[in-house]
Design a protein around this ligand. Sequence first.
Ligand code: GLN
Length: 541
Amino acid sequence: MTRFIFITGGVVSSLGKGLASAALGALLQARGFKVRLRKLDPYINVDPGTMSPYQHGEVYVTDDGAETDLDLGHYERFTGVASRQSDNVTTGKIYSDVIAKERCGDYLGATIQVIPHITDAIKEFIVSDITDEDFVLCEIGGTVGDIEGLPFLEAIRQFRNEIGPDLTMYIHLTLVPYIPSSGELKTKPTQHSVKELLNVGIQPDLLLCRADREIPEGERRKISLFCNVHEDAVIPALDVKTVYSVPVRYHEEGLDNQVCRHFNLDAPAPDLTRWIKIQDCVLVPEGEVNIAIVGKYTGLMDAYKSLTEALDHGGITNNVKVHINWLESEVFESEDALSHLEGVHGILVPGGFGERGSEGKISAARFARERQVPYFGICFGMQMAVIEAARNMAGISGAGSTEFGDCEKPVVGLMTEWMQGDQLQQRTQNDDMGGTMRLGAYDCTLADNSRARNIYGQPVITERHRHRYEVNTNFKDQLEKAGMRVSGTSPDGLLPEIVEIPDHPWFIGVQFHPELKSKPFDPHPLFTSFVNAAVNQSRLV
Ligand code: GLN
């Protein structure tokens, strides 16, 4: 029997609803339950694929090729359950499906309305693609009171009415701010936020209260009284030093106990050994390394969420703290900016789009290659490393990417066709921007005796992609002769997926996004190896 938990947020955004949902998923999993996590996003875009990382943070890609909200990354990192296309929906997607059905005449002449047509479509999404899950956790994006969120709240209100309170639970995440002038934690914003929920007919069953300090008994009682929530179900969610402490801390505060109590479940206590081990590793590292990330969206951490998490995972396996020096690639184009790279133990150029800042990334790749500093190029970072190698190792002047317009030597060019399973995919310059990249999981064959093959320890791997351009195989021989080896390709051998420089301590570029599959309890081998190379480098400098 599947139970549904709906997680809403109030007072302010960015309270960590995604993390809280992911941590609850991990706790229920640790009690032996099968969980699935989903995100319902009220914005109008059909998916976040076309949104700027400045607006929305990283776009998380699933195996089945969906471009989704970054919270799905938290869900995967905390539960290990691979997210699917069917785990993220937006207002835009719901409306476009409903409108497409209307155009087909499926509604038999009815007037299409928010209630019931849109809310029905939302409820259909909630129950879709579920097999034997014990719990489906649905996080509602945004903050209660947002105009876009109303149909979603209405849908989950109807949902409980239909399947009953025994199978549904509403959790509301709020903020209990500390006011320095009065020296008190204030419960009023939580009261208002719950009132806002009550306005749309939802009485929360449990409140998760974010606060920067202990919530005194009196305040907890007050919240319980005014918000009509049992006192034991007012759970303090205090700031923690590492996100990987969240499951343990929430358990100590009674979160999973209360959830089990709500559903009348007599489940065994959770086995938290995994989380305690990770938490201890993160909190007491044996050393540290400095990694420079040369990117374009360095002003917003969320733009590189999975990346920084994957580096942390690499740190966990190597028992070191990974410090990140964020370097804005554009600034990096001036000569003396290279001095920022002096002494770093590794350089990482992440995924990216567009010409702005690209020359800075090329300079960073050159610095790493020439100065023998470990280099990890991811997607765009691989493409920039290949352009650098083409120009400065293979002597191909005019080497560039057609992503930036016509170029003399298109070492990186638009992918016009590729195989997806046994299906040929074709693209042109004029295709829509949304959902048309090479997306999702593809196999990659690793070359014998390569560093990549050695790191992965297997001949064929599967990694997630999100790109429109690729390294042009016509230049492969020239690059290989000059010292940059293509060590991974698509199974048909047509698309270069990994490049490496054998004559370098650690220089690898990958066309895919390994960071999306890394988990704290199962760190990605490339990140483990890269951080290890950085540890070795730190012993030299
Ligand atoms: N802009 C490049 C492409 O589309 C790289 C994309 C990426 O880094 N995700 O191929």
